[in-house]
Design a binder for this molecule. Structure first.
Ligand code: ZN
Length: 313
C-alpha cells in the first residue's frame, strides 16, 4: 500500500469511529446501576440493632441488641466480615448486650459511644474490649459530621453536657444519602427531644425514615416530634410479647391517626425490616407479611394474639 492510500485508509477508519461514537441512533451502553444504601432494622427481640450497607461497601452497626439476641448470626447472614463503624447509642443491655461478642468476631474500624457512664458489667466489658483491641473510640457530640462517600452521618444529640438519665443521653444520628434520610433515635425520651427540637434546625430534624425511639414507648414519640421529623415511614424495634408492653397504646393511637401518611413497620410482628434507597427512590420490605390492621395492635394485644396462636409464652 502506498503512502497516499495508507493516509486515506486511516482517515476513513477514523471517520467511521467518530461516526459510531457520535451516532444518535446507536444503542448506548446501559448506565451502571446506581449504588444503594441498605438499612436493615434487625429482628433482635426486645432491643435495637441496625445494619447499614453503604454504596461504597462500608458497613455500619448501630446497637447490637440484647445479650441473647441473634445479632451475630444475622450479621454473618448478611455477609459482614468487617464493620467500619459501630455505634452504641447508650449503655443499656438491650442495645449493647452483644457488643463484646461482635468485637471478638468482626474487625472493627471505629467505635462511637455516648460516654454515659453506666455501672453495669455489660458496659464495663464493652469498654474493656474496645481498649484491649485498640479500637479507635470516639464520644461524638451534636454537630459531629462524618462522610462515607456520598453518605453523611450527623450527630443531633447529645450536646456537650450529658443528661442525667441514660436514655436521654442516647446518640441520635441522621444518615443522609441523596434525597433520602434516616433518623436513628436510640431510646431518646421527651426530655432529649425537647432539647433537639429547640436546638437543632427543623431542616436537620426532617427524615424520611425514623426508628421510633425507645421501642414505641409513649415517652419516645409525640405529635410535635412527628411534625418536626415528618417521616414517611416509622420502624418500631421491639420483642414479641415483651415485658415492657411495647409499643404503648398512646404511641399506637398516635400512629394510627396518621396511617394514611406514615407507614408503620414492626420487628416484633414482621421480623427484620429492610429499607433500600439509591438516594432518590426508597423501598421498604419486611421479612414477614402482616395485615395492615394488625400492625396497629398494642404490645399487649400483639402478645395476646401470639399466645392465642401458641407462638409465645
Ligand atoms: Zn432500649
Amino acid at each position: 500500500m502506498n503512502k497516499a492510500r495508507r493516509i486515506l485508509l486511516i482517515a476513513l477508519l477514523g471517520g467511521l469511529a467518530f461516526a459510531a461514537a457520535s451516532c444518535s441512533t446507536c444503542r448506548r451502553a446501559p448506565a451502571p446501576a446506581k449504588k444503594e444504601l441498605i438499612v436493615r432494622f434487625l429482628d433482635v427481640g426486645q432491643g435495637d440493632a441496625a445494619l447499614l450497607e453503604l454504596p461504597g461497601g462500608e458497613k455500619i452497626l448501630i446497637d447490637s441488641g440484647p445479650t441473647d439476641s441473634p445479632a451475630l448470626k444475622l450479621l454473618e447472614q448478611f455477609d459482614v466480615n468487617r464493620l467500619d463503624l459501630v455505634v452504641a447509642t447508650h449503655p443499656h443491655e438491650d442495645h449493647i448486650g452483644r457488643m463484646r461478642d461482635i468485637m471478638r468476631q468482626f474487625q472493627i474500624g471505629e467505635f462511637w459511644d455516648s460516654g454515659f457512664a453506666h455501672p453495669t458489667r455489660t458496659y464495663r466489658e464493652m469498654l474493656e474490649e474496645i481498649k484491649r483491641r485498640k479500637i479507635k473510640l470516639q464520644l461524638p457530640r451534636r454537630g459531629t459530621q462524618r462522610q462515607f462517600g456520598p453518605v453523611s452521618i450527623e450527630v443531633l444529640h447529645p450536646g456537650e453536657t450529658l443528661p442525667e438519665e441514660a436514655n436521654n443521653a442516647s446518640l441520635v444520628l441522621k444518615v443522609s444519602y441523596g434525597q433520602q434520610s434516616f433518623l436513628f433515635t436510640g431510646d431518646a425520651e421527651l426530655e432529649a427531644w425537647r432539647e433537639m427540637l429547640s436546638l437543632v434546625g427543623h431542616d436537620k430534624m426532617r427524615a424520611d425514615v425514623m426508628k421510633a425511639a425507645h421501642h414505641g414507648s409513649s415517652n419516645g414519640i409525640s405529635k410535635e416530634i412527628l411534625e418536626a421529623v415528618q417521616p414517611s415511614a416509622i420502624i418500631i424495634s421491639c420483642g414479641a410479647g415483651n415485658d415492657y408492653h411495647h409499643p404503648h397504646p398512646r404511641t399506637i393511637k398516635l400512629l394510627a391517626s396518621r396511617r394514611n401518611f406514615v407507614r408503620l413497620y414492626r420487628t416484633d410482628l414482621q421480623g427484620t425490616i429492610t429499607a433500600a434507597t439509591d438516594g432518590q427512590k426508597l423501598e421498604i420490605t419486611a421479612e414477614r407479611l402482616v395485615a395492615q390492621d394488625d400492625l396497629y395492635m398494642t404490645g399487649d394485644e400483639a402478645a395476646g394474639r401470639g399466645r392465642e396462636r401458641g407462638m409465645m409464652r
